[in-house]
Ligand binder design. Structure first.
Ligand code: GLC
Length: 464
């Protein structure tokens, strides 16, 4: 009897351990199993909210010439230490940041808890290379999370997989302090224990995902497989994701763990500083996507960078992203004093001015159904719940806007900035001095000659 029970238990645990590794159908580990409906539901807040703020902040704000400065200028650990020793953001006031984000219409935020240089913005017990050991002495993440959460903004953490400070992170083709020759690198790496680094990431992510309440998005950055690169095996990506999902089952994770070939190793794709031509697909299926973009080409504060996008470009970027079914994560790089610089402030206020009157064409919206043709010089967004279609008019036309094939589909039309009626007709104007011609199924909107005084005017169509 006793023997039988033991055999039964042994058999059961063997079965369970196999089950745990791989589920029957498609190589999805058991812990990652989820139906497409469950995934859609988990992502619902995010596909609704559409607009997030990225924040890149760390001791690289002191050199103020890109967050990759350690790599670009091959700065040694000793020399980089200067920035650590001088980091003291005396003006840091996360309530102010949160208020600015909120006024801009931002619904979620993603902050760099650790970037590639390895510097940690929280009081991690697994390293000394952290903010609490700088002259500032205090944890930056806790007050940040509180302030943004109080402002009703969802919280995301960026965590760098790459670490140019950790003594067990093996040298590779990108490491700024790697020995010159491959031979030397291989030799030096004998002293570096990748397993220890993998554990370090698990420990740190455990801190981040257990000490700050619910975390809504995790942005892991990034993989570069191949010759002297790093990919999923180096990170123990599967093991890492398992820890993450266990601690925060609802969290949304980006696609930079080098698990792109799986269906379960990522929630959304991340085109960076790039606008896709159309809604990105994987195996022919449209997937959730979030494009991360900068104001000026650098993520960290860059004093002497002057290729800043205009407010107009940024508003159009937000519209274009949503018109293709995506999210925009727009970056601010605060200064080493702990404030947003004027150029960022100006842009955020401009976006906020537009969002105040037009957010209805962004939140809850997505790409319009294919049978709505895009009118000339416009982008379309569509809210599938309210069934309203938004025409974002990039170039204001003279008096009429032709909507090809819209006949019978519109109940009412108005300008979104003031809810003022836009009259429409299906008959071309016939006069001795006009040659207006319309297709049988076209609708013509009668627009005021004066362009509404907003960054991008939007016409709201209430559909039949
Ligand atoms: C990158 C860069 C980086 C930035 C990030 C944002 O991969 O390495 O500095 O943090 O993308 O997406």
């Amino acid at each position: 009897m006793m023997k039988k029970t033991i055999f039964f238990l042994l058999g059961l645990s063997f079965f369970l351990s196999i089950q745990e590794k791989v589920s029957a159908q498609n190589d999805t580990p058991l812990w990652a199993k989820e139906t497409p409906e469950q995934k859609t539901k988990r992502m619902q807040w995010w596909t609704h909210d559409r607009f997030g703020m990225f924040i890149h902040w760390g001791i690289y704000a002191l050199p103020a010439r890109h967050e990759w400065v350690k790599n670009r200028e091959r700065i040694s650990d000793e020399a980089y230490q200067t920035y650590f020793d001088h980091f003291n953001p005396d003006l840091y006031n996360p309530e102010e940041w949160a208020a600015k984000a909120k006024a801009a219409g931002v619904k979620y935020v993603v902050i760099t808890t650790k970037h590639h240089d390895g510097f940690c913005l929280w009081d991690s017990k697994y390293t000394d290379f952290k903010v609490t050991n700088t002259p500032y002495k205090k944890d930056l993440i806790r007050p940040f999370v509180e302030a943004f959460r109080n402002a009703g903004i969802q919280i995301g953490f960026y965590y760098s997989l790459i670490d140019w400070h950790h003594p067990d992170f093996p040298y590779d083709r990108m490491h700024p302090n790697a020995p010159q020759t491959k031979e030397e690198r291989v030799k030096a790496n004998e002293k570096r224990n990748l397993k220890k680094y993998q554990q370090y990431m698990k420990d740190q992510l455990t801190e981040l995902l257990t000490q700050y309440g619910q975390i809504d998005e995790l942005f892991l950055d990034f993989s570069y497989p191949g010759e002297e690169g790093k990919g999923h095996e180096d990170w123990d990506a599967e093991g890492l994701l398992k820890v993450i999902r266990k601690l925060q089952p609802q969290i949304l994770v980006d696609n930079r763990l080098d698990l792109d070939d799986t269906t379960w190793g990522w929630d959304f794709v991340t085109p960076e500083q790039f606008m896709p031509q159309e809604w990105p697909t994987v195996n022919g299926v449209r997937v959730p996507w979030e494009t991360c973009q900068t104001f000026s080409g650098s993520w960290g504060y860059y004093r002497d960078e002057y290729t800043w996008k205009s407010p107009h470009q940024l508003v159009v970027m937000l519209i274009e992203t949503v018109s293709k079914g995506g999210n925009l994560l727009l970056n601010v790089g605060p200064t080493a004093r702990g404030v947003f610089d004027d150029r960022a402030d100006e842009r955020l206020s401009a976006i906020g001015r537009w969002m105040k009157f037009h957010s209805r064409s962004i939140y809850g919206c997505t790409q319009a159904p294919d049978d709505f043709k895009v009118p000339q010089n416009c982008f379309l967004t569509y809210n599938p719940e309210t069934k309203r279609l938004y025409i974002h008019v990039l170039e204001w036309p003279f008096k009429s806007l032709n909507l090809p094939g819209y006949k019978g589909r519109i109940k009412y039309a108005q300008l979104l900035n003031d809810d003022s009626e836009i009259q429409f007709r299906t008959q071309a104007v016939k006069g001795s001095h006009t040659t207006e011609s319309t297709g049988e199924d076209d609708v013509i909107l009668s627009l005021p000659v004066e362009r509404p005084d907003v960054e991008v005017p939007v016409i709201e169509l209430i559909l039949n």
